[in-house]
Design a protein around this ligand. Structure first.
Ligand code: PMP
Length: 398
């Protein structure tokens, strides 16, 4: 097993600081190797990619395309199926536009009550544009999807199913392979919101059997502004582009245009190539530790924290899924989550409070806001102890 305290030394933000960072579901911190990769691109190889016929341009393109290969290897996919986007949000919007436009009145889009707004709102917009109906799989008290009557939700009308791999509020890990089967049995396209998946779990596109998988670089040690949409070749080739502009075309006349091959058909304009190179360095860093080891570390830390928090009176923890990643949402009797975050901040402990961009889920939980801890590779039991000690002190004030 790796050592979080050693890992912390690779992250400049933790240098000479007693910061306890427990908001990793929102974004992760960056190791020096990622900062160096971005810095080096700008200092040594900055030229626009896929255009320049001089050495600097070739170097930039090589580093950019090399990152695409790293992403493809990381999720066991083909490079041409890796579309660089700005993040999960853009990836899902791309699908909701491109696939969404093939929907018609009477068709159904199936999502769930535990989705992030970025996997709800794009589908609401698609439904509004096309007359399709948006349906929600409900969740059980445990915070798991209620799959007791799948035939009610997965029907001949279901054209698109889009579900999260792991809930950013409850930590619930959804049974993706089984859900893929349910979707494919009715001929629907199955999309996975992997914002909390690829960053914390080993993911293998050949095994998961989804049709599309979306994730964000900034949640997995990479820079902001870079994300990924993976899709099956056949589906990507059939889809219309999302945005028009440079690089995504084959020919342009005054009247019309033809499209470039995938993935470039979906990458209009200058891509965030420096950030993509940073994501490649982040993947190297994660692979060096190993995603299996990361998953195990976070689950161990989750159980350690749950055990401590369950022994404290007045804390309500939301969800108790059997398969669960390193996320804990909770409320403390008599203390508003916002007050809690401010008091914890006095001890340099960073947690997220609010609706976590999942208002429908918060409604189901019967809360307007919760407090949330979320772990990553640099967190350890020491962080959890400091958090619990601070929490106990705060609870004593009220
Ligand atoms: N889906 C989930 C489950 C998330 O946790 C997040 C980020 N909190 C997103 C989608 C959106 O990711 P981004 O803001 O990086 O586009």
């Amino acid at each position: 097993m790796f050592s979080p305290s050693k890992i912390k030394k690779d992250f400049p933000i933790f240098t000479d600081s007693n910061l306890v960072y427990l908001d990793n579901a929102a974004t992760s911190q960056k190791p020096q190797a990622v900062l160096d990769a971005v810095d080096s691109l700008y200092k040594e190889a900055n030229a626009n990619v896929h255009r320049a016929l001089y050495s600097l341009g070739s170097e930039a393109t090589e580093r950019f395309e090399n990152s695409r290969k790293k992403v493809a290897n990381f999720i066991n996919a083909n490079s041409k199926e890796i579309i660089f986007t700005s993040g999960t949000t853009e990836s899902i919007n791309l699908l909701a536009r491109s696939l969404g436009n093939t929907l018609k009145s009477g068709d159904e889009i199936l999502i769930s009550e535990m989705e992030h707004h970025s996997n709800i709102v794009p589908w609401q917009l698609a439904a509004k544009r096309t007359g399709a109906t948006l349906r929600y799989l409900s969740i059980k008290k445990t915070g798991e999807l209620d799959l007791s009557e799948p035939e009610k939700y997965f029907t001949k009308k279901t054209k698109i199913v889009s579900l999260t791999h792991m809930s950013n509020v409850l930590g619930t890990i959804n049974p993706i392979k089984g859900l893929a089967k349910l979707a494919h049995n009715v001929g629907a396209i199955f999309i996975v919101d992997g914002a909390q998946g690829a960053s914390h779990l080993p993911v293998n596109m050949k095994e998961l059997d989804c049709d599309f998988y979306a994730f964000s670089g900034h949640k997995m040690l990479g820079p902001t502004g870079i994300g990924v949409l993976w899709g099956k070749t056949k589906l990507l080739e059939e889809m219309e582009p999302f945005m028009g502009g440079g690089e995504m075309i084959n020919t342009v006349s005054m009247e019309s245009s033809t499209w470039n091959d995938i993935p470039y058909k979906f990458e209009a304009g200058t891509p965030n190539f420096a950030q993509a190179v940073g994501l490649g360095a982040a993947i190297d860093y994660l692979e060096n530790i190993g995603m299996e080891a990361i998953e195990l570390h976070e689950k161990t830390l989750l159980n350690y924290a749950l055990n401590k928090m369950n022994h404290m009176d007045g804390i309500r923890i939301h969800g108790s899924a059997k398969d669960r990643g390193g996320v804990i949402s909770f409320n403390v009797d008599g203390i508003h989550p916002h007050d809690l975050a401010q008091f914890l901040n006095e001890d340099n402990i960073a947690i997220r409070v609010g609706h976590h961009c999942a208002q429908p889920l918060l409604k189901t939980l019967g809360e307007s806001a919760t407090a949330r801890l979320s772990f990553y590779i640099y967190n350890d039991e020491n962080d959890v102890d400091k958090f619990c000690d601070s929490l106990k002190t705060i609870m004593g004030y009220f």
